[in-house]
Design a protein around this ligand. Structure first.
Ligand code: SF4
Length: 738
């Protein structure tokens, strides 16, 4: 590697901030500003800025570990470790069948790894039992997007459109802490005269920026959206012409909303009728407006319906598929978007194809050189897969995830993992889950390897290798190559990421998430390309994609729509984020401007009604618990808990509670508080603030041990997305002797 700066991207969240990395003595890299990447324009949060520390962490794994006869994890050679995994998988398959082999991936894996992992599970192992932790992140928004628009892409427009809209309703997102560089889009929105409405049970740093903060009880934002839609109709603010022209199913959705009177919604949510009316006024008065959702409304046992209700609000007011208007989901994990497109999801084949679609199976099987009939059907969703460990599923290969900390009902999940016949984990440190494994393989990290990710805008990016990995580690692609060979599949698992991407392009061609026109060269030259991006001369979706939202972008129509966009800051006739290339499809920054990806091109209203969370408070468990993140830690903390600066800023878990609740408990600031749910007990210091509802406590979920928030959370699943209800469950508080 040369000692020059390599432009690349952060390893953490879905913003995928651009950064430059320069090697420094000692085998690590220095981060510097990369102003040419438009998403963050050089800005980074503390996590991104300190990410290189994990590369040289003293707890970094650089040798495989194999559990000895004495039960200890001991250093071993790569040959021994890989042989042991092959033996473990083979013996379980021989005894119990292929579906006893589980595979669990992660939303942080590059597209190349996610693609290869899905192929490895289905072609090498022959198992249907694969899913990933992205199921816990955005699956409800994905399901709602598919129902309404026929396509799931987190944001159907670039982030740069946000400051140009008239009003944003931000539902259940604390951008100021989860992706701080994105806050500038909201600041610019307000500077441009737009308004911001934040929906969150807590007065977060993001909510402090809002013109209007609505603080509903956790788990009631479905009712809130219905109440707003009721008022839209009652106040004559429906965009009748748009509804007529571009949607279907309005009558049923309208009838469902009209059953949700504002006073009824006020009783359910705790949001006053005047505030509901003010929200409708702010949202409807400008010509353009957006609704952006995140984990708050999505991580519920009715998350798909909740997001559907917010989409209905957009559709009824003509705020979707129009310039600077629309609904979008702020995906959380680094490659949460790409990770859900290329086959590590239980029901999915690459290109966002369905595993149950015969044409899709034929297409992908041909690329893989296998018989379509040999491909297994859909498997279990993430929590259901984890819940089946030790019973139906006897071995697990885990890559890029730490479910002992991040899964709901985590003590139960940990117990299921411990009951496995065989567990193999690929990771960079000995995470809480890796510590339970029979074999741990030390793998390369973001700065040591090349691969693509797809950010929350649907912008495909190239993360480039900046340094040579330390001796003793190998890439996940090398691991799958070696294991495939040991399991009798000599070909089809290349270790070069670009070679994998070339195959992914072919596998995705004609699918809803079509990457076939994207190359590594283009990603470098164009600073990312938005999908769908079919290869030149391949604009027609194949039969497997038709009707599943794969309509090839009508670039003439889209360009015509873009002609009406008011902003052209450079004055060069180009709208930012909509660059073309002389020799290929330009990519699709803005979706749905002329038609939605449904068969008839219309967006579909989905009639939804309020229903309670799976576990309402009662006499025994009278308080609501909601969980989330803090600015200095990321997800299960497997990486960020290894960084001194981040640990100093966020050293451990806490229980945030209102002064009135604290007084009832007799707890002072910093006192240990026990939070008890039907699933377990967690203890953490009290953090007392009036910025949370008095009926609700909040815990961040980044830590293991006695402060593990997910010990408490409820795995009640959304019937469509199979998303667990992380955001609301019933608990009681107990004082603890300091
Ligand atoms: Fe990395 Fe996200 Fe922070 Fe950007 S906002 S530096 S992508 S963690």
């Amino acid at each position: 590697m040369q000692n020059t700066a390599t432009p690349t991207h952060c390893p953490y969240c879905a913003l995928q901030c651009g950064m430059n990395l320069t090697p420094v003595p000692g085998g690590t890299v220095e981060v510097s500003e990369r102003a040419d990447f438009p998403v963050n324009r050089g800005a980074l949060c503390g996590k991104g800025r300190t990410a290189p520390e994990v590369l040289s962490s003293r707890v970094r794994l650089t040798s495989p570990l194999v559990r000895s006869a004495a039960g200890e994890l001991e250093p071993a050679s790569w040959e021994e470790a890989l042989d042991r995994i092959a033996e473990g998988l083979t013996s379980v398959r021989a005894a119990y069948g292929a579906d006893a082999l589980g595979v669990f991936g992660g939303g942080g894996l590059t597209n190349e790894k996610a693609y290869t992992l899905g192929k490895f599970a289905r072609v090498v192992l022959g198992t249907s039992q694969i899913d990933y932790n992205g199921r816990f992140c955005m699956s409800s928004a994905a399901a709602a997007g598919m129902k309404a628009f026929g396509l799931d892409r987190g944001l159907p427009f670039p982030l740069e459109d946000i400051p140009r809209t008239g009003c944003v309703i931000l539902v259940g997102s604390n951008l100021a802490e989860t992706m701080p560089p994105a806050l500038r889009y909201l600041t610019e929105l307000k500077a441009n005269g737009g308004t911001l409405i934040v929906v969150d049970p807590r007065r977060t740093k993001t909510a402090e920026q809002a013109d209007l903060h609505l603080a509903p009880r956790p788990g009631t934002d479905l009712a809130l959206a219905l109440g707003l839609l009721h008022l839209v109709v009652a106040e004559g603010r429906t965009d009748e012409a748009y509804v007529q022209e571009r949607t279907s199913g309005w009558e049923d959705a309208r009838a469902a909303a009209m059953a949700h009177w504002p006073e009824y919604v006020e009783r359910i949510t705790g949001v006053s009728v005047p505030d509901l009316r003010e929200a409708v006024r702010l949202f409807c008065e400008p010509e353009t407006a957006m609704v952006l959702t995140a984990r708050g409304p999505e991580q519920q046992s009715k998350g798909t319906d909740t997001v559907g209700a917010w989409i209905n609000l957009c559709l009824a007011t003509g705020r979707a598929g129009r310039p600077y208007s629309g609904y979008g989901c702020l995906t959380g994990q680094g490659n949460g978007q790409g990770g859900r497109e290329h086959g590590q999801k239980a029901d999915q084949l690459p290109g966002y194809r369905k595993l149950t679609d015969p044409a899709a199976r034929r297409h992908v099987a041909e690329v893989w050189g296998v018989d379509p009939g040999s491909l297994p059907g859909p498997g279990r969703s993430a929590y259901e897969l984890l819940d089946a460990l030790g019973t139906d599923i006897r071995s697990l290969l885990l890559m890029g995830s730490n479910p002992v900390v991040s899964a709901p009902r985590a003590a139960h999940v940990e117990e299921r993992i411990r009951s496995l016949d065989f567990l193999a984990v690929c990771d960079v440190v000995l995470s809480e889950t890796a510590a339970l494994a029979d074999v741990v393989l030390p793998v390369t990290q973001w700065a040591e390897e090349t691969g693509t990710t797809t950010n929350l805008e649907g912008r495909v990016l190239l993360r480039r290798q900046a340094i040579t990995p330390p001796e003793g580690v190998r890439s996940d692609l090398e691991v799958m190559h070696e294991l495939a060979a040991r399991l009798g599949v000599e070909k089809g698992f290349p270790t070069d990421p670009e070679e994998v991407f070339e195959e992914l392009r072919r596998a995705s061609a004609g699918g809803p998430a079509d990457y076939s026109g994207i190359t590594y060269r283009r990603l470098v030259e164009e600073n990312g390309v938005f999908w769908p991006c079919p290869a030149a001369g391949d604009d027609e979706p194949d039969a497997g994609a038709r009707g599943t939202g794969a309509a090839a972008p009508d670039t003439d129509a889209e360009d015509a729509a873009l002609d009406v966009l008011p902003d052209d800051p450079a004055g060069d006739g180009e709208v930012p984020g909509h660059r073309g290339t002389p020799d290929g499809h330009p990519g699709t920054p803005r979706l749905f401007l002329d038609r939605f990806a449904t068969e008839d091109g219309r967006a579909r209203f989905v009639p939804v009604s309020h229903r309670a969370i799976a576990e309402e408070p009662d006499d025994e468990y009278p308080v609501l618990l909601t969980t989330g993140r803090v600015v200095a830690q990321y997800q299960s903390g497997a990486q960020t808990r290894r960084v001194d600066e981040l640990n100093a800023a966020a050293p451990g878990p806490f229980v945030e509670l209102h002064p009135r609740l604290a007084a009832r408990l007799g707890a002072a600031e910093g006192d240990p508080v026990a939070v008890v749910s039907r699933r377990g007990r967690a203890v953490a210091p009290a953090r007392i603030t009036a910025n949370i509802r008095p009926d609700t406590v909040f815990m961040p979920f980044h830590w293991p041990g006695e402060g593990r928030a997910n010990t408490l959370t409820n795995p009640a699943l959304d019937p469509t997305s199979r998303m667990p209800e992380f955001k609301a469950c019933a608990v009681r508080l107990e004082p603890v002797e300091p």
